[in-house]
Design a binder for this molecule. Sequence first.
Ligand SMILES: [Zn+2]
Length: 241
Amino acid sequence: MEKPQEATTQQQTQEPELRTVLVIGAHPDDPEFGCAATIAKWAAEGKIIDYVLLTSGDKGSHDPTLRPGQVAAQREEEQRRAAKELGVRSVRFLHYADGMLENTMELRRTLCGIIREMEPDILVTIDPWRRYQLHPDHRAAGQAAIDAAWAAREWYLFPEQLLDKEPWRVKEIYLFWTDSPDYWEDVTSSIDRRIAALKHHYSQVNRRLDTLEERIRQAAAEAGKEHGYEYAEGFKRIKLR
Ligand SMILES: [Zn+2]
């Protein structure tokens, strides 16, 4: 009798705490390609989820007739639609230059301010330490997001942000696109939403639309196989408490 009660008590004390989630990505479509089925599942469970995208993916087109501004506008719209599909509350774009993102102190300060303002329990971002992560934006975005979460905890870092508030402690960080997963979310119930959300990124997936669903299902089935799930998404999870 005692053990189940303990487990229930623990769940009750832990679950309500981790209600707010901030997802930081480099480009529109990063969250959907990275971990959208988890986002859809968490949203359905009542978590509040917000996105911050550091660039608008304005170099993400090979069509020479399109200007970068047009590409950015299209991709922001696609990202908003995809986020809506998943149940995400808000999407914010910081408009850094696509392909040129750097983990600067200015970016760390900006993201630290956003974390202190939004007070997320969970930060979801790209694993910057994945071996052979070749995209510099993906490395920079993940690193900047983690560094900002670290800074947000400290009174003496960017104290000008703390005139009318206190430091904020992110409780858990989930890294997607990792080669060191140690946590698998069962996304059997939400894999369809991930595919639906990805289809909103039409400018990015249109040339591979016929194989998109199969590829996504295959990867999620592969991730779930060893853990007893039909479909799963793997993360490196870091607990900061
Ligand atoms: Zn990307």
